[in-house]
Design a protein around this ligand. Structure first.
Ligand SMILES: C[S@@+](CC[C@H](N)C(=O)[O-])C[C@H]1O[C@@H](n2cnc3c(N)ncnc32)[C@H](O)[C@@H]1O
Ligand code: SF4
Length: 386
């Protein structure tokens, strides 16, 4: 029997590719533009690409919408409203659909929160990153801790739901310092936290510093201790992990991100967005042009900015399903893997991982990565997918 979560919903991801400045650790598709962004032109292009995707999927009920970036909180609320109207015009939006927007916690942006709410946004995800000014400076952020906390308070007063991101395993960070910061973070009555371990991404300024020996990050033993502290503090304070980097009070999980991890269907709109659409040809992976101006010109010329569109093989679908699903604490249904991949999981490999205590199997046959398995998740997925 297929697990009920197999029907993971239909999400719409909208990428806003601009930021006020580029953070030294970040390799997201984000660009700094000194000239004013022509928002009406982007609205028209978003609408055309939404229409293009809707023609591919046919009628669908949208269960979640997510404005990600870049920095969507640089958009005017009217722009967010116009794009939401376009989504509702081309698909139907489920009553109570989760509509999230990523926001940077500066005072300028917090002033727009009410406008976003009036436009239909019901959840914000704030990029707080750290709760002390020394680390915020080191991370190249434009806000102070006090400013971020003021934005969190405004978010709490404005939206039904909010979350914020913190980055840990920062240069010189100790597990004791991190535990105290996390306790403070949870104290701000948050229902959801995304806690990312700092990674040195290729092509970033941090990579250059790191390679030149000018940036020291915690070694793997300290990294592991920081991860363990994260799990312990969050679980004790009622925000257990539901995904490797995401913690929530039960019921407050981000429904949009669950669409990805449960390998549901989603449209990716805007520069550098990825989608997975279930069409009459099968599951199709789409990716759009990353450069904002290049994407805009392509949409104006062709009606979409899609630069690659690939119908996924059974094998590729099985791999993606494992890669996404095993990140979730709820784990995966092996029957769904078999249905997607056209073959069952390799029983010998699975038994070995279970014997090593890295994966557990419950009475219904559901597979979950164990506490010991999460820190080595990538290797584990590669082993099982091989
Ligand atoms: C696309 S960013 C968008 C949020 C928003 N622009 C901001 O920075 O506040 C999403 C999150 O990814 C995380 N992130 C980005 N680069 C990272 C890295 N190299 N290591 C760990 N986390 C990272 C940050 O926590 C960030 O808030
Ligand atoms: S972390 Fe956020 S604000 Fe910084 S460059 Fe990346 S997307 Fe932009």
């Amino acid at each position: 029997m297929t697990h009920p979560t197999a029907d993971a919903g239909f999400g719409v991801y909208l990428h806003w590719p601009f930021c006020a400045s580029k953070c030294p650790y970040c390799d997201f598709n984000s660009h700094v533009r000194h000239a004013q962004v022509d928002e009406p032109r982007f609205i028209a292009a978003f609408e055309r690409e939404i229409a293009h995707n809707a023609a591919l999927t046919g009628p669908r009920e949208v269960t979640s919408i997510f404005f990600g970036g870049g920095t969507p909180s640089l958009m005017r609320p009217a722009t967010v409203g116009a794009i939401l109207d376009a989504v509702a015009k081309h698909w139907s939006v489920a009553p109570g659909a989760e509509i999230s927007l990523e926001a940077n916690p500066t005072s300028v942006e917090a002033e727009r929160f009410r406008g976003y709410r009036d436009a239909g946004v019901n959840r914000v995800s704030l990029g707080v990153q750290a709760l002390n000014d020394r680390d915020l400076r080191r991370l190249g952020r434009m806000h102070t801790a006090a400013e971020a906390l003021a934005a969190v308070r405004i978010a709490a007063d404005t939206f039904e739901r909010y979350s914020y991101d913190l980055i840990y395993a920062r240069p010189h960070q100790t597990p004791a310092e991190w535990a105290a910061e996390l306790e403070e973070a949870i104290g701000y009555a948050v229902e959801h936290l995304s806690l990312y371990q700092l990674t040195i991404e290729p092509g970033t300024w941090f990579e250059r510093l790191f390679t030149a020996g000018k940036l020291t990050v915690p070694d793997s033993e300290t990294g592991r201790a920081l991860y363990d502290v994260t799990q312990e503090v969050c679980a004790r304070r009622g925000l257990p992990a539901y995904e490797i980097s995401n913690h929530a009070r039960p019921g407050a999980e981000c429904r949009h991100n669950l669409v990805y991890w449960r390998y549901g269907e989603y449209a990716g709109i805007g520069p550098g967005a990825h989608g997975r659409l279930v069409t009459d040809k099968g599951r199709v992976a789409t990716a759009t042009i990353r450069g904002p101006e290049e994407w805009l010109s392509a949409v104006e010329r062709d009606g979409h900015g899609v630069e690659s569109r690939e119908t996924l093989s059974e094998e590729a679908q099985g791999d993606e399903f494992l890669l996404m699903g095993l990140r979730l604490v709820e784990g995966i249904d092996p029957a769904r893997f078999a249905a997607l991949a056209g073959r069952p999981l390799d029983a010998g490999r699975l038994d070995a991982l279970i014997a090593d205590g890295l994966i557990t199997r419950d009475a219904a046959g559901r597979l979950r990565v164990s506490e010991a398995g999460f820190p080595v998740l990538d290797a584990l997925v590669a082993d099982l997918a091989a």
